[in-house]
Design a protein around this ligand. Structure first.
Ligand SMILES: [Zn+2]
Length: 620
C-alpha cells in the first residue's frame, strides 16, 4: 500500500509525526493494495498549549489535526493505538504492531487532554539509550513532559556507566563532558517531539556556596571557602556543608549577598539554556537544617523563598526571558508564607511533593479537614497522613492560584514492594482521577526509568490516565495483558494480582516494625506462588514478555524469601538469602537491563528495608 503524508515540508514535529505514521502503517499494511493519503497539521492555524487532536480518516485517507505540533504526534500515536498497536514499554522490542486491512483504517473522533502537565522525571541508573528510548515512548502513551534533574543529569548516567553496586559488570569511564553530550542528545530528541523540558531542581544552594560540580547528592571533599561561609545556613552556631553534602546544604537567606548570587545563577542558567521550558528552583534536599541566625529567625523559610523567587522573576523579566519557574512545596516549604506573595503568578508553577506519603492507599479527599501544625524551626516532622499533606497544599492554594502539578513517587522506591504492579497501577489511576478535585493541573512522576518488573503497566496506566482522566484502569490492564501475554493473559494477571495483594510497599520502604509475622507469612505465600509458576514450565518459550515473566518469578522468589527471614527476625538467614537475590540480579542484569534497575533496588533494600550494605560479591 502506498502511504502519502501531506504537507511534505511541515514543521519538525509534524514532519516527524508523518514519518512515524508512514513507518507504522507501511508495516501494518504490508502486502495490501491501494493508496492512503493523510494531511497532518495544526487545527485552525492557532496553537493552544493544551493538547487536543481530531482524527478523521476513511480507507483512502483524511486528516489528523492537533492544537499544536506535539498534539499532532500524540494524535498519530493514538490513531495507531486505535488500529491495534500497543506501546508496552520504551524501545521497539516492547511494541506490538499488528497486521491490518485497509478496511480497518477509518476513524472519526476528537480527544482533549485532561491535564496540562503530564510527565516523568529521571532517577535511578540509566544508560543514554535508556533515556532516549524513554523519551521516544512518552508521547506514545500520552505524556508531554520530561524532567532532566540537576544542571546536567550526570549522576543518573554515571551510576549506570560505573555499574555502581554491580560487581559483575566492568565499570566504564564516564565524564561530565560525556554527560553534557548526552544531555544535548536528549534535548534534541525532545525538541523533535516538542516535549516540554524541565530542568535542574536541587543543586542551586551548593552552587551559591561555590561548589561548581553539584550533580548529585554525594559529599564533597573540598572544604567550604571561607568567603562563602556567611552565605551558608548557621546551624548550632556553625556554617558549613550539611553532613558534607552541598546539595543538602541550606543558605542564610537573610544575607543580601546570598540573594544576589542565587538570583544571578538562575538568570544566567535560564539565558544559557533556552531549551528549558521549566526551570525548577528548589532549596536543599534535606530538612531541619535551615538557618538559625538572628535575622532568619524573624521570618519563615517560605517567606524568604517567595521573596527570592520574586527577585529571580524581576531579573528574568528584565532580560526578556520567558522561562517558567517551578517552585516546590516540600519539607519546610510545605508551610505557606505568612507575609510574602508571588508578584507575577504567570511566571510560576506550583509543585506539590508529598514525598512522605504511603502508596498502599490513594490520596484521601474524604476525611476531616486537617489543620496545618505550627511551624517550629529545625524541629519539623514530615506529614505521613494524606489528609495532612493536603492541608499544606490548601494553605498554599489560598495564596497562589496559578498553574500547578503534583510531583509523586509511586515508581521511585515504592514499586519495589508491589511485586505484581497491578495494585500500584490502580493507586496511580485513583490518584490521577482525584487531581482535578485537588485543584492540580497535572502530575510528574519522579521515578526509575527502568521500572519494568514484571512489566511497564504502571507507566502505561499513568500516561493514558493523565491524558484522559476518565480512562478505566481495568480496561487498560486487560488491554496490556492481552498484548503482552496473548496466549494466557488471565493466568498471568491472576498471579500478578495475588502478588500485589500479598506484597507491601510500606514494609519494603522501611515503614513499620522490621519483625512482623504477618509480613513473613505473606512473603512465604508469595514465594510458594512463584515456585508454582516456575514448576509449571509450560510458558511459551518465545516472546519477550514471557521471558521477563519467567525471570520475574525467579527474582520475586529470592526477594520474598529474604524478606520472609527478615520479617521473622532471622538475621543470618535473611542475609544469606539476600546475597542469593543480589547474585541473581547482578548476573542477569545484561539480559534484563531495560526492565530492572539493579542499582536502585539494591540501594532501596539496603537503605530502607533493612538488608545489610553490600560489599564485594565475590564470595557467594
Ligand atoms: Zn540566616
Amino acid at each position: 500500500m502506498e502511504i502519502i503524508i501531506n504537507p511534505r515540508n511541515a514543521e519538525k514535529t509534524v514532519s516527524f509525526a508523518g514519518e512515524e505514521l508512514r513507518r507504522y502503517l507501511a508495516r501494518m499494511l504490508d502486502g495490501e493494495e491501494g493508496v492512503f493519503s493523510v494531511f497532518l497539521g495544526i487545527r485552525d492555524g492557532a496553537e493552544d498549549k493544551m493538547d487536543s487532536y481530531t482524527v478523521s480518516v476513511d480507507s483512502a485517507g483524511g486528516r489528523i489535526l492537533g492544537s499544536n505540533p506535539r498534539s499532532v504526534l500524540l494524535g498519530v500515536y493514538d490513531y495507531l493505538r486505535r488500529l491495534g498497536c500497543r506501546f508496552l514499554g520504551p524501545g521497539k522490542a516492547m511494541e506490538v504492531v499488528p497486521h491490518i486491512r485497509p478496511g480497518d483504517l477509518p476513524a472519526d473522533y476528537a480527544r482533549k487532554a485532561s491535564f496540562l502537565h503530564r510527565g516523568v522525571c529521571i532517577e535511578g541508573a540509566d544508560s543514554a539509550g535508556n533515556v532516549l528510548d524513554f523519551i521516544d515512548w512518552l508521547p506514545k502513551v500520552g505524556y508531554n513532559s520530561f524532567f532532566l534533574q540537576f544542571q546536567v543529569p550526570y549522576a543518573f548516567l554515571a551510576r549506570w556507566y560505573h555499574h555502581d553496586l554491580n560487581p559483575f559488570a566492568q565499570p566504564e569511564a564516564f565524564t561530565m563532558a560525556e554527560a553534557e553530550d548526552c544531555c544535548a542528545l536528549f534535548a534534541a530528541a525532545m525538541e523533535k517531539r516538542s516535549l516540554l523540558l524541565h530542568k535542574v531542581g536541587h543543586g542551586w544552594t551548593g552552587r551559591v556556596l561555590g561548589c561548581e560540580t553539584v550533580d548529585s547528592w554525594n559529599p564533597t571533599e573540598t572544604p567550604m571557602p571561607e568567603d562563602k561561609r556567611p552565605l551558608a545556613a548557621e546551624i548550632g552556631g556553625k556554617r558549613d556543608f550539611y553532613m558534607g553534602i552541598p546539595a543538602n546544604t541550606n543558605l542564610c537567606l537573610s544575607n543580601p549577598e546570598t540573594f544576589r548570587i542565587f538570583a544571578d545563577l538562575v538568570t544566567e542558567y535560564a539565558a544559557a539554556n533556552p531549551e528549558a521550558d521549566y526551570l525548577h528552583v528548589w532549596l536543599a534536599d534535606d530538612y531541619n537544617n535551615v538557618c538559625e541566625c538572628e535575622k532568619c529567625r524573624q521570618t519563615t523559610v517560605s517567606d524568604q523563598y517567595v521573596a527570592l523567587l520574586n527577585e529571580i522573576d524581576r531579573r528574568l523579566t528584565e532580560k526578556h526571558l520567558n522561562t517558567r519557574l517551578v517552585f516546590l512545596l516540600y519539607q519546610e516549604l510545605l508551610w505557606p508564607p505568612q507575609r510574602e506573595r508571588l508578584h507575577n503568578p504567570d511566571r510560576f508553577v506550583l509543585m506539590f511533593a508529598p514525598i512522605s506519603r504511603t502508596f498502599e492507599a490513594s490520596y484521601d479527599l474524604s476525611g476531616i479537614q486537617e489543620e496545618i501544625p505550627p511551624y517550629s524551626r529545625n524541629r519539623i516532622t514530615l506529614p505521613t497522613s494524606l489528609g495532612q499533606n493536603l492541608a499544606f497544599l490548601r494553605g498554599w492554594q489560598a495564596r497562589f492560584q496559578g498553574e500547578s502539578f503534583v510531583y509523586d513517587y509511586p515508581l521511585g522506591r515504592a514499586h519495589y514492594g508491589d511485586f505484581g504492579y497491578v495494585g500500584l497501577s490502580r493507586i496511580i489511576s485513583q490518584d490521577i482521577r482525584k487531581l482535578r478535585r485537588m485543584g492540580l493541573d497535572g502530575y510528574i512522576s519522579c521515578q526509575e526509568l527502568r521500572a519494568g518488573m514484571p512489566n511497564m503497566l504502571p507507566n502505561y496506566v499513568m500516561g493514558y490516565t493523565l491524558f484522559d482522566e476518565t480512562a478505566d484502569v481495568e480496561t487498560l490492564i486487560r488491554e496490556y495483558y492481552e498484548a503482552a501475554y496473548p496466549e494466557e493473559p488471565q493466568r498471568v494477571l491472576a498471579h500478578m494480582e495475588r502478588l500485589s495483594e500479598l506484597g507491601s510497599c510500606d514494609y519494603v520502604n522501611g515503614k513499620g516494625p522490621r519483625v512482623n509475622p504477618d509480613i513473613a507469612a505473606r512473603m512465604a505465600e508469595i514465594a510458594e506462588s512463584c515456585r508454582q509458576q516456575l514448576a509449571r514450565g509450560d510458558t511459551p518459550a518465545s516472546g519477550l514478555w514471557w521471558r521477563v515473566f519467567r525471570y520475574h518469578n525467579e527474582y520475586i522468589l529470592r526477594l520474598s524469601r529474604a524478606l520472609e527471614a527478615l520479617a521473622l527476625g532471622q538475621e543470618e538467614e535473611s542475609e544469606a538469602r539476600y546475597r542469593e537475590f543480589r547474585d541473581l540480579i547482578c548476573r542477569a542484569e545484561p539480559e534484563f537491563q531495560p526492565f530492572l534497575d539493579v542499582y536502585r533496588v539494591l540501594e532501596v533494600t539496603q537503605k530502607y528495608t533493612g538488608f545489610p550494605k553490600t560489599g564485594p560479591l565475590h564470595a557467594i
